[in-house]
Ligand binder design. Structure first.
Ligand SMILES: [Zn+2]
Ligand SMILES: [Zn+2]
Length: 380
């Protein structure tokens, strides 16, 4: 492929002024920058082509030679023309970098002018707190030890031994990043001197090494409201990690986990409790006493003839709602227990009872009549 005309490459006419050439190149370079054209494989070659054109046209001597002889003026010296425009890169990487300085000034926008934020916000912390269902019911105050960073007392969080203000990092000139030239490409890295903060402290505090904060276990009294459940998150604003060099403090999040209970099962604000009753009590009916989550007891009347699985509701004996709106209910589910380990006397009485039974087991009667009908239909 024939090498494109340098003026054409930059989209300008032969009579363009130095200023117009520079402007045209900056525009092209931005347009074609590989970072902005990751999906256009041709951009990189065009980007290099534009760079090569600019390298020649910005230089009065080279421009004059090019105007006179065209590409032939640089044949040999720049790696033989069209094939590999990058062939002569050693020659003009220095020319490139001063344009890059301009470009990066633009790309970075306000960052350079305003300077970097010297203080950074502390991290948010998570604390997992396991509690019992009873504690979730009443709410509680708990003192927890939070491993965290706090503002250093030696320097009041400034990081500086004598209280002097941090100064602009000389390595990165306050940008927090440094650029390194790798062939045609400029790579950016976090500044090793200031770790990206853009500022350094001349005389760092000996207690915190210039960080402005130190690690410490902090004990904190936390109010856990009644009604919390597993997954409830409590945010304590400003109780997280201290910021760097006086930056704002992060938040502390307490994640609640309520342990499973031996007696009660919870579903939202309602509690469920399975209560075994004897066969005779279920048949005859009567009062039973059931536990409640507040530690008390409630008397519950069991109707005669209650079956297993029968539910009864105790209003407002459930969990309190976290955001108001009253308490949930408690549900009792009966589990009728068949007696075991019968004495001969008991067996005798039960046999006698069975012999006297007539309409005492409506469910069984209805089941067996269905079964009989099924068998009859199968006989066809
Ligand atoms: Zn730096
Ligand atoms: Zn300090």
């Amino acid at each position: 492929m024939a090498k494109r005309d340098y003026y054409e490459t930059l989209g300008i006419s032969k009579g363009a002024s130095a200023d117009e050439i520079k402007k045209a190149y900056r525009k092209k370079a931005k347009e074609l920058h590989p970072d902005r054209n990751t999906d256009n494989p041709e951009a990189e070659a065009q980007f290099k082509e534009a760079g090569e054109a600019y390298e020649v046209l910005k230089d009065d001597d080279k421009k004059a030679a090019y105007d006179r002889y065209g590409h032939a003026a640089f044949e040999g010296g720049m790696g033989g023309g069209g094939g590999r425009p990058g062939g002569g890169q050693g020659d003009f990487s220095s020319a490139f970098s001063d344009v890059f300085d301009d470009l990066f000034g633009d790309f970075m926008g306000g960052q350079r002018g305003g300077g970097r934020q010297r203080a950074s916000r502390g991290a948010d912390l998570r604390y997992n707190l396991g509690i019992t269902l009873e504690e979730a019911y009443t709410g509680l105050q708990k003192t927890i030890a939070v491993p965290t960073s706090v503002a250093c007392e030696g320097c009041n969080g400034t990081g500086s031994d004598d209280g002097s203000e941090p100064t602009t990092c000389p390595t990165c000139a306050g940008m927090g990043k440094v650029r390194a030239q790798q062939g045609f490409f400029t790579v950016e890295r976090t500044c090793p001197t200031c770790s990206g903060l853009g500022q350094i402290i001349k005389d760092p505090c000996k207690l915190c090494g210039g960080q402005g904060r130190v690690h410490k276990d902090r004990s904190l009294a936390v109010n856990i409201p009644a009604g919390v459940e597993t997954g409830t998150r409590i945010r304590l604003a400003g109780e997280g990690e201290a910021g760097m060099r006086g930056g704002p403090t992060g938040d502390l999040y307490i994640f609640i986990e309520v342990a499973a209970h031996k007696i009660f099962e919870r579903e939202d604000v309602n509690l469920y409790c399975r209560v075994p009753v004897s066969m005779a009590s279920a048949a005859l009916g009567g009062d039973i006493e059931v536990p409640t989550i507040d530690g008390g007891r409630s008397r519950v009347k069991i109707p005669s003839g209650s079956q297993s699985g029968r539910q009864m509701r105790l209003r407002s004996k459930g969990m309190p709602a976290l955001r108001g709106g009253g308490a949930g209910d408690m549900f009792i589910e009966l589990a009728v227990e068949t007696p075991v380990n019968l004495t001969s006397k008991q067996k005798e009485l039960l046999k006698e009872f069975e012999a006297l039974s007539e309409d005492n087991n409506p469910e069984s009667s209805s089941f067996f009549s269905s079964v009989k009908g099924f068998w009859d239909s199968m006989k066809g």
